[in-house]
Unconditional design. Structure first.
Lengths: 382, 562
C-alpha cells in the first residue's frame, strides 16, 4: 500500500477551521489551480445542506467545508456529472473520507471519471444523524461546532456507524488532506498525498515542510479506540443477523420503501432489480406459495431485498451510514451492512475505496477465492 | 390467433415406449388443471425422426394451426435440429418450439417405469410452461466477404493461401520476414523420405507469386482487426521505415504464425558460449543447406557428436513431437558424411508417432549409433555429465553437441492473440475451440489456426491442418451467400444499463462495446454467441439472453423441480 505522507503545510491557526479551509480553496481558485470547487453549502432554509459546484470564489464564503450532516453522499454528486466522461473544468472536491472512498469505488465501476478531479479529505469527527438534526437544526449546528472545537471524536451524538469508523482521516487515495485534529495551539496542516496534490500545493505557493507526527499519533490513538468500539458493536450486530430467524426479526420492521438503496452511493443501478418486473410474481404463483407454505408475508421480497442488496453492494460498501439516515423505521441498516461488508471484503482481501488500482472483486475471478468460500461453507456446515 | 400447443411424444421404437407409460403421460397432461384455459393437442408417434414421422409432424403443425410445439423424444443433441427444420418448413417460428429429452433423461436412466413416467410428465409440463413464455426470434441475414487473410508465410500459410485462392476468393498473405518460406525453408531434407527440400518450399513460393488471386505482404504485420465472421475490417502495416498501411475487408482470418525454438540461453543445464561447438538442430539444418556438410567452428568435420533430446521439455511441460524424428535425420546427415563418426544420442523418451517412424529408427539404429537412455543430463560447453536410467553416472567429451530445444510459439503470438481476442493455451500456443470436435477453430467464429502456432507438429500435420481450414472456409464462407448469425444472443436494455462495463470484461468474444455518448454498453449481435456470461455478470440486471430469459428459465424450473 502507498505510504502516507509525513509532512504538511502549517495553516493559520487563529482562524476557525472552516475559514481556514475556505481560504485554501479560494487560493486554489485564484491561482487557477482548479476551476471549480465542489463543497457542501447550507440551504437557504438553514435546515439542511446541499452540494454546490462553485466557480465564483466570492460564493465560497457561503461554503461549509464540514457539514454536520450528510443528506446526499458526495460520491453521488460527483457521479451525477462525471459518469459520461471527463470534466472540462478542473474540480476540487472536498469530501468526507467515506465519500472519497465511495467515489473510488464508483470510479472502478465507471460511474465517476476522476480525470481533472482533485480529491480533498479532512479528519472527520463523524456526522450527526439526520433525524436528530432535523428536529432542531440550530441545536445540531451548536452541537457539531462543539464537537469540532473540543476535537471530540468520541461524541455520543454522532451517527452510530461513525462511532465505529476507523477510516475517518487521510486516505491513500486522497490528493490533499486537511488535518482538523489540531493541538492546543490550534495548529492545522494541509498534506499533499499525491502528485496531483503536490502540484496544487506548488501552484498555490505552499510547501510541505512541517512534520505531522504528533497529528499522526493522535489519529492513531482515535483509530485504536474506534477499532475497539467496532469490535464490540460487531459482536452485537452479528447476533442481529446471524441465521434466518435473527435476520427476519431484525428486518421485520422494514416497510419496503427502498430508501436505503436510493441513498446508497454504491447502488448505482438506474433501476433496482428489486423494483423491477422480474421479482413481482403473478397472482397464481403467489397463491401457490401461500398454499404450499401455509402463509405468506406481503408484499413479498422485503428480506430478499436486503439480502440481495448485501450481495450486490457489500463488497464496495464504505459504511457511510446514509442508509440508516434514510430508514423511516430506524433499522440500524448501516451498522448491519458495515458488519457484512467487513466480512465479505475480508473474504476477498479487499478494502473498498482504499486503492485505485485494486480491481473490484465483483469484476474479477480468482480460483483461490472460490476455494476460500468453499472452506467457509464447510466450516459453517461442520 | 389463440394459443394452440402441440405436444408430440416419440416412442423411439421400444426405447421410450418400453419404460414410460405414454398413455398415462397423455392422460395426465391433458386432464391437468394447469392447462384448462389452453388448447392442447397431445399425441404419440412411433418414430418422429423417420421420414414418415417428419411428414406427419409437418402435416400436424399445418392442419392444427399450432402456435407452439413441444417434442418429447431423445436428446436435443440428436434431433433438435431435425425438428427445427420441420418448423422452418411450416409457418411455426422455431423459437416457439421446445424439445424434451425423455429418453436419456427418463426412460434409459430410471429402471422403475412408474418413476420414469412421473419424471417424463414433469419434464413435459416444464417444457409447456417454458414454450408459452418463449418469443418469436427472427434470423437475420448478413452479407459476407469471401476473402481471407492468412497471417504467416511459412509452409502452412502458403498451403492455406494456395488452397483457398480462386477467382471468387482473394487471399491476403502477411509475412513478418522479408521472404516467404518460414522455418521450413531452412531444412535441407524433409522427413520421412529424405527428399530434397528445395523443391517443396521453392515450388510453393513460385506458385504463390504466380497466383494473381494472392496478394503477399512481406515485412508486414497485422495492425488492427475489428468485426466478425464474414466481415473483418483489417489493417496490415509494413514494418519497414515507410510503414505503409493497407486496409481491406476479409470474411475469415487464418493464423499460421508457426513456431520458434526455445531460446537456448535460457537453459540452465546447458551452458555454452558463442565460440563453443554447440548447435541447435535448426542451426544444423541451416548449416547443411548453406555448406552441404556439418562442420565445427574451425571448419573441420567433427569426429564425435552428442545429440541431446528433450531440451527444455521440463520447463515447457510438453513433448515437441517432431524432435526425435529430426534427430534421426541429423544422424543420417552425419553418417552420410562419415561412416566412422562417433554418435551418442541421449534421450529420455523416444517419440516416434507416425507409421514411417519405427522403420526409420531401425535403419538408423543399425548404423552404429549409441542410443543412451538417460534420466538426467548437463553440459558445459561440449563436456557432458549424464545419469543413465540404471543410475550409473558418466561423463563424455565430444567434438560437437546438437540440442533439440522445445518448440515454442513464434515471437508475437501473444500480441496477436490479444489483438484478435483469441485465447491462448497455458503452453502459449493458440487454444483450439475443441481438441477433437473443432481442432482448427478458435472461440471466435471466422478465425482459424493451423500449423506450428497450434502446437508442436511436423510439416505433414501442418499441411493437413491447412487443408482442414480450407475445408471449413470453403463450406462456411461461400462467395455470394449470406451469413446467418446466432439469434439466441444477449441484448442490453438501455434503460437499465449504467455503463459500468463489467460485461465487457467477461465477454469471451469481444462482442460488447461501450457507447460513450449514451454512457451505456451495446452488444454486437453478429459477434455474440449467446453464452450468457454477461447476463450473469451485470450488476444492474440490464442484460437479457434472448431465448434464455429469467421468466423462461423460472417457468421451466418451477415445474421441473416441483
Amino acid at each position: 500500500m502507498k505510504k502516507i505522507q509525513t509532512k504538511g503545510v502549517k495553516i493559520s491557526s487563529n482562524k476557525d477551521y472552516r475559514d481556514s479551509i475556505v481560504d485554501i480553496l479560494k487560493k486554489m481558485l485564484q491561482s487557477k489551480s482548479v476551476d471549480a470547487v465542489l463543497v457542501p453549502m447550507r440551504v437557504p432554509a438553514k435546515d439542511s445542506y446541499a452540494w454546490i459546484l462553485v466557480k465564483d470564489e466570492k460564493l465560497l464564503t457561503e461554503a461549509d467545508p464540514a457539514a454536520p450532516i450528510m443528506p446526499i453522499q458526495g460520491a453521488r454528486a460527483l457521479s451525477s456529472f462525471s459518469r459520461k466522461g471527463q470534466s472540462m473544468l478542473k474540480i476540487a472536491a472536498l469530501m468526507r473520507p467515506c465519500e472519497i472512498r465511495a467515489t473510488i469505488e464508483l470510479s472502478k465501476l465507471n460511474q465517476v471519471n476522476l480525470e481533472n478531479v482533485t480529491l480533498i479529505s479532512y479528519d472527520c469527527p463523524g456526522a450527526l444523524p439526520m433525524e436528530d438534526y432535523l428536529n432542531d437544526p440550530e441545536k445540531g449546528e451548536k452541537k457539531f461546532n462543539d464537537i469540532l472545537k473540543k476535537l471530540d471524536f468520541q461524541n455520543k451524538s454522532i451517527k452510530p456507524v461513525c462511532k465505529i469508523c476507523d477510516q475517518f482521516s487521510l486516505l491513500p487515495v486522497s490528493d490533499l488532506h486537511f488535518t482538523l485534529f489540531h493541538d492546543q495551539n490550534n495548529t492545522m496542516f494541509l498534506i499533499a498525498n499525491s502528485n496531483r496534490g503536490n502540484l496544487v500545493l506548488k501552484e498555490i505557493g505552499m510547501e510541505a515542510s512541517h512534520t505531522v507526527s504528533a497529528w499522526a499519533n493522535g489519529i492513531q490513538e482515535i483509530k485504536d479506540k474506534r477499532a475497539a468500539q467496532k469490535k464490540g458493536r460487531f459482536t452485537q450486530i452479528k447476533k442481529m443477523v446471524e441465521g434466518f430467524n435473527s435476520l427476519l426479526a431484525t428486518f421485520s420492521d422494514c416497510i419496503g420503501c427502498h430508501n436505503c438503496q436510493s441513498a446508497c452511493p454504491i447502488c448505482y443501478c438506474r433501476q433496482c432489480y428489486f423494483d423491477s418486473e422480474s421479482v413481482t410474481s403473478g397472482t397464481d404463483l403467489t397463491m401457490l406459495k401461500a398454499k404450499k407454505r401455509g402463509s405468506i408475508s406481503l408484499p413479498q421480497n422485503r428480506i430478499m431485498f436486503q439480502v440481495g442488496r448485501m450481495s450486490h453492494m457489500s463488497l464496495s460498501c464504505v459504511s457511510c451510514g446514509l442508509c440508516t439516515d434514510a430508514c423511516p423505521v430506524s433499522i440500524p441498516v448501516a451498522e448491519i451492512f458495515s458488519y457484512v461488508a467487513h466480512n465479505t471484503q475480508k473474504q476477498f482481501s479487499y478494502s473498498s475505496g482504499e486503492n485505485k488500482g485494486e480491481p473490484i472483486p465483483l469484476k474479477t475471478f480468482k480460483l483461490e477465492e472460490v476455494k476460500g468460500i468453499q472452506e467457509l461453507v464447510e466450516d459453517a456446515e461442520a | 390467433m389463440s394459443t394452440k400447443i402441440g405436444i408430440y411424444i416419440c416412442e423411439c421404437g421400444p426405447n421410450i415406449a418400453d419404460n414410460i407409460n405414454i398413455d398415462e403421460v397423455i392422460e395426465r397432461i391433458s386432464s391437468s388443471e394447469d392447462y384448462k384455459n389452453k388448447q392442447l393437442i397431445i399425441k404419440p408417434y412411433k418414430l418422429l425422426c423417420s421420414n414418415e414421422g417428419k411428414e406427419y409432424l409437418e402435416k400436424e403443425i399445418k392442419d392444427n394451426e399450432l402456435t407452439h410445439l413441444v417434442i418429447a423424444a431423445c436428446s436435443p443433441r440428436d434431433h433438435e435440429i431435425t425438428f427445427i427444420n420441420i418448423c422452418k418448413k411450416t409457418k411455426l417460428n422455431p423459437y416457439l418450439y421446445k424439445m424434451v429429452n425423455i429418453r436419456e433423461q427418463c426412460a434409459w436412466m430410471i429402471p422403475d417405469k412408474k418413476k420414469a413416467t412421473e419424471k417424463a410428465i414433469s419434464y413435459i409440463k416444464a417444457a409447456i410452461n417454458r414454450v408459452l413464455h418463449q418469443s418469436v426470434l427472427i434470423e437475420k441475414q448478413l452479407d459476407s466477404n469471401p476473402n481471407v487473410l492468412v497471417i504467416g508465410g511459412g509452409i502452412t500459410g502458403m498451403e492455406t493461401a494456395l488452397s483457398l485462392a480462386s477467382k471468387q476468393r482473394r487471399v491476403y498473405l502477411v509475412e513478418k520476414n522479408s521472404i516467404l518460406g518460414g522455418n521450413a525453408q531452412s531444412f535441407k531434407n524433409l522427413l520421412p523420405r529424405q527428399e530434397n527440400n528445395t523443391d517443396l518450399v521453392a515450388k510453393k513460393i513460385t506458385a504463390i507469386q504466380e497466383n494473381e488471386n494472392i496478394e503477399v505482404f512481406t515485412d508486414s504485420k497485422l495492425e488492427n482487426a475489428v468485426g466478425f465472421f464474414g466481415n473483418f475490417e483489417v489493417t496490415v502495416k509494413s514494418t519497414k521505415k515507410d510503414q505503409t498501411a493497407n486496409e481491406f475487408v476479409v470474411g475469415a482470418i487464418v493464423l499460421a504464425t508457426g513456431f520458434a525454438l526455445m531460446p537456448t540461453e535460457k537453459l540452465k543445464k546447458h551452458a555454452y558460449g558463442k565460440d563453443d561447438n554447440v548447435y541447435t538442430a535448426l542451426e544444423i539444418e541451416q548449416m547443411m543447406k548453406a555448406k552441404g556438410k556439418i562442420v565445427l567452428k574451425s571448419g573441420k568435420e567433427p569426429k564425435s557428436v552428442g545429440l541431446i533430446h528433450c531440451v527444455g521439455r521440463e520447463d515447457r511441460g510438453y513433448c515437441s513431437r517432431i524432435c526425435c524424428n529430426y534427430m534421426l535425420k541429423i544422424i543420417s546427415y552425419l553418417k552420410d558424411q562419415s561412416d566412422t563418426i562417433l554418435i551418442k544420442d541421449f534421450y529420455k523418451d523416444l517419440c516416434l508417432p507416425h507409421k514411417y517412424d519405427q522403420e526409420y529408427f531401425d535403419t538408423m539404429a543399425k548404423k552404429k549409433v549409441d542410443f543412451i537412455r538417460i534420466s538426467d543430463i548437463t553440459t558445459k560447453k561440449t563436456h557432458i555429465t549424464y545419469t543413465e536410467v540404471n543410475g550409473s553416472k558418466k561423463e563424455a567429451d565430444l567434438d560437437m553437441i546438437i540440442l533439440a530445444p522445445a518448440m515454442v510459439p513464434a515471437e508475437g503470438t501473444e500480441e496477436l492473440a490479444e489483438l484478435l481476442n483469441v485465447p491462448l493455451h497455458p503452453t502459449k500456443f493458440f487454444q483450439e475451440a475443441h481438441s477433437q470436435l473443432n481442432p482448427i477453430g478458435t472461440s471466435l467464429e471466422g478465425i482459424y489456426i493451423a500449423g506450428g502456432c497450434h502446437g508442436p507438429q511436423g510439416i505433414s500435420e501442418s499441411v493437413l491442418q491447412a487443408k482442414a481450414v480450407q475445408g471449413k472456409i470453403v463450406t462456411q464462407l461461400i462467395p455470394g451467400e449470406k451469413i446467418i448469425p446466432e439469434v439466441k444472443v444477449s441484448e442490453i436494455i438501455p434503460d437499465f444499463c449504467m455503463g459500468c462495463q463489467t460485461c465487457r470484461e467477461v465477454c469471451c468474444y469481444g462482442a460488447i462495446t461501450f457507447d460513450p455518448e449514451r454512457g451505456i454498453c451495446v452488444v454486437n449481435e453478429a459477434i455474440c454467441r449467446g453464452c450468457g456470461n454477461c447476463v450473469g455478470s451485470c450488476p444492474s440486471g440490464a442484460i437479457r439472453a434472448k431465448h434464455f430469459t429469467t421468466i423462461q428459465i423460472h417457468q421451466e424450473m418451477k415445474e421441473a423441480i416441483s
